[in-house]
Design a protein around this ligand. Structure first.
Ligand SMILES: Cc1cc2nc3c(=O)[nH]c(=O)nc-3n(C[C@H](O)[C@H](O)[C@H](O)COP(=O)(O)O)c2cc1C
Length: 331
């Protein structure tokens, strides 16, 4: 399948694995890229730029296909060493960067001078237009369904994607709630040039996380996520667990007096405990509603091959069979 995204990023299939904290290590990124998609290393999971340089080198040993690095711009007081991370990305010869969080304008000149394609992930049409204006090559449009930070507008992809298609000139991929061939074909129908998946890629053989995390996603239904940190305007969609219910109780009790410090125990330093140690109640960790569509733990290659085969079948057999043109041709 050829789309503006496969052409732009030099990949075989229009499927991207989004950056994920403590999930997007070289093993997963390489497995996705080797399967013909675009794998992504999560930059800030690496504690220093030198660690990121090592992770990039490791990924290059595992694949000769293109892969991306995610750079998330967090609203923090002590900003990470972004110039150092950018230097590691450029010197590592990475060809694609997924930016997320705040507007990536500060790093654009360096990335563009190095010939790197920038895909900005954002949750609204206005932020997508801003990304286009500052020179991003594509956007990943993240609907309200998504695991992680859906923003504060709460627009699901059935509306957000066609709205993005109406406004944008640069290509975009659909992100949030994407799991299978039906997601891909629907995203293409709504004007996207491919799809970005997070939660689906955690439940794969190669995702370097504890088996209990994968099993929790398989066991979860579409009813099992919660939105936390809404009062702080830093909304995150997470899988429900004991810590999340405790956090929500604090939010209810404190109302608009809630401060980040009140919920530190449930959100700070949680990812290594959940992802590495499999301590499933250690705190709040991102998970999409799409968990309700995830029932297995395949290899990345089986997942991606299956999506592409089924997508062809939906397009040609199901949709082709319904259209007037093909009915006429058959007569
Ligand atoms: C466990 C987890 C961690 C994530 N961490 C990040 C991150 O560090 N930076 C980022 O830009 N997006 C992050 N995301 C968002 C994903 O890249 C992707 O946009 C999102 O998962 C898409 O929605 P889906 O889960 O419905 O596929 C994370 C998502 C999950 C599930």
């Amino acid at each position: 399948m050829k789309t503006r995204i496969t052409e732009l990023l030099g990949i075989e299939h229009p499927i991207i694995q989004g950056g994920m904290h403590y999930v997007g290590f070289a093993e997963l990124a390489a497995a996705v890229s080797n399967a013909g998609g675009l794998g992504t290393i999560t930059g800030l999971t690496q504690k220093t730029p030198a660690d990121l340089a090592n992770e990039i080198a490791k990924c290059r040993d595992l694949t000769d296909k293109p892969f991306a690095v995610n750079l998330t711009f967090l609203p923090t007081v002590n900003a990470p060493d972004y110039p150092g991370y950018v230097k590691a990305i450029i010197e590592g010869g990475v060809k694609v960067v997924e930016t997320a969080g705040r507007n990536p304008a500060q790093v654009m000149p360096y990335l563009k001078d190095a010939g790197i394609k920038v895909v900005h992930k954002c949750t609204s049409v206005r932020h997508s237009l801003k990304a286009q204006e500052i020179g991003c090559d594509a956007v990943s449009v993240d609907g309200f369904e998504c695991g992680g930070h859906p923003g504060e507008d709460d627009i699901p992809n059935m509306i957000l994607l066609p709205r993005a298609a109406d406004e944008l000139e640069i290509p975009f991929v659909a992100s949030g709630g994407m799991a299978d061939a039906r997601s891909l074909v629907a995203a293409l129908a709504m004007g996207a040039e491919g799809m970005n998946m997070g939660t689906r890629f955690i439940a794969t053989q190669e995702a370097p996380v504890h088996q209990r995390v994968k099993e929790a996603i398989v066991a979860a239904t579409e009813l099992d996520t919660r939105l936390v940190m809404r009062p702080l305007r830093n909304t995150e969609r997470v899988l429900s667990n004991a810590a999340v219910e405790r956090l929500l109780e604090k939010e209810r009790a404190l109302g608009d007096k809630l401060q980040f410090e009140d919920i530190m125990e449930e959100v700070a330093g949680v990812y290594p405990k959940v992802m590495m140690d499999g301590d499933m109640d250690a705190g709040a960790w991102s998970c999409g509603m799409v968990a309700g569509l995830i029932h297995d733990i395949p290899t990345c290659k089986d997942l991606i091959d299956g999506i592409m085969t089924d997508a062809e079948a939906i397009i040609h057999a199901r949709l082709g069979g319904m259209s007037g043109a093909s009915a006429q041709a058959a007569e």
